[in-house]
Design a protein around this ligand. Structure first.
Ligand SMILES: NC(=O)c1ccc[n+]([C@@H]2O[C@H](COP(=O)([O-])OP(=O)(O)OC[C@H]3O[C@@H](n4cnc5c(N)ncnc54)[C@H](OP(=O)(O)O)[C@@H]3O)[C@@H](O)[C@H]2O)c1
Length: 295
């Protein structure tokens, strides 16, 4: 199958390229002009076309001769992506959204749900996959920072009680779920959450990450509510802030999701965080982003 892939230079897209190749497919990657990450793609293995996922014209042009489209580069681009797939006559579309579509906070879930609605109403053979927080290499935006902090500091601040649940997914597992969603006919017209193996309280997640490094930092609890109230006051006074009070509320929200549908239709079986984070530690040591073991 010739698959147009957006987001191939990113964390999830990079893992998906490898799966498509090993499955005997031909990935064609839509890469932005000026992408700082274009050199991550090997043109001898994949076809690279330049264009922006926000432009229906670019996507339509890149779809000529393709059988399907996997859109990883942000569900906010669903309108031009759907328009392009329709006009190009490419019916099969897999779109990567986010489990933040399940948030009780409208500012998080609303935009995602509206974009999911565009995909569902497309008339195409669509599938939506929703990852939780993705981790697994120096390309992730969260766990690699946590690991680097834990590696350097004997103390780690936990905002709030640290009991709220997280279920991060290893990038290869998320890519596998996305790949299976593309190739399995049962996935057409369905949405799947793609979380990690099981929910973990934030405090436990930090402890597991520290153990993977061979560290035992002192976890210091900091109250969250006074911080939220101070942010709220600063917002009323229109002071510039690095974080919004609403985001603090979201930090307290449980982010744990069952994945029975994905297990049933996609044979989805993500690895536990203990296993994935040990792989990430090894990777970060290999690329010199963490101190070598026993230093
Ligand atoms: N990371 C998470 O924790 C997480 C959680 C839930 C859902 N998701 C969703 O999963 C998807 C993949 O996440 P990720 O962590 O792999 O992201 P990432 O590493 O930041 O990669 C994003 C990719 O999208 C490309 N891209 C962004 N805007 C584009 C545009 N307008 N046109 C063409 N390409 C564009 C980037 O290209 P450049 O090389 O040009 O930057 C890059 O290849 C995203 O849709 C994200 O919203 C991620």
């Amino acid at each position: 199958m010739r698959v147009l892939l957006t987001g191939a230079t990113g964390l999830l897209g990079g893992a998906l390229v490898d799966l498509l190749l090993s499955g005997g497919h031909e990935p064609r990657c839509l890469v932005r002009m000026g992408s700082p990450n274009a050199s991550r793609l090997d043109p001898s293995r994949v076809e690279v076309v330049r264009g922006d996922a926000a432009s229906a014209r670019d996507v339509r042009g890149a779809l000529v001769g393709a059988d399907s489209l996997v859109h990883v580069a942000g569900i906010e681009h669903a309108p031009p992506v759907v328009e392009a797939a329709r006009e190009a006559g490419v019916p099969r579309l897999v779109v990567v959204g986010s489990t933040s579509a399940h948030s009780a906070y409208e500012f998080r879930s609303g935009p995602k749900l509206r974009m999911e609605g565009v995909v569902r109403a497309s008339g195409l053979d669509w599938t939506i996959v929703r990852p939780t927080m993705i981790y697994g290499s120096e390309r992730d935006k969260n766990v690699h920072r946590l690991l680097r902090f834990l590696d350097r500091s004997p103390v780690f601040p936990i905002f709030g009680p640290g009991t709220n649940l997280w279920q991060p997914v290893y990038h290869h597992d998320c890519a596998r779920g996305t790949y299976e969603a593309l190739v399995r006919p049962a996935a057409v017209g369905r949405s799947y959450d793609l979380p990690g193996a099981g929910p973990l309280p934030y405090r436990a997640l930090v402890e597991i990450a520290a153990r993977a490094l061979g560290r035992e930092p002192r976890l210091v609890g900091l109250p969250l509510e006074p911080i939220r109230r101070a942010l709220l006051l600063a917002e009323t006074l229109r002071l510039p802030l690095p974080i919004k009070s609403q985001q603090v509320l979201r930090m307290r929200e449980d982010k744990a999701y069952p994945y029975d549908d994905a297990r049933r239709d996609l044979d989805y079986a993500p690895r536990p965080f203990e296993v994935g984070v040990a792989l990430e530690v090894a990777r970060l040591r290999e690329v010199g982003m963490l101190k070598p073991e026993f230093s």
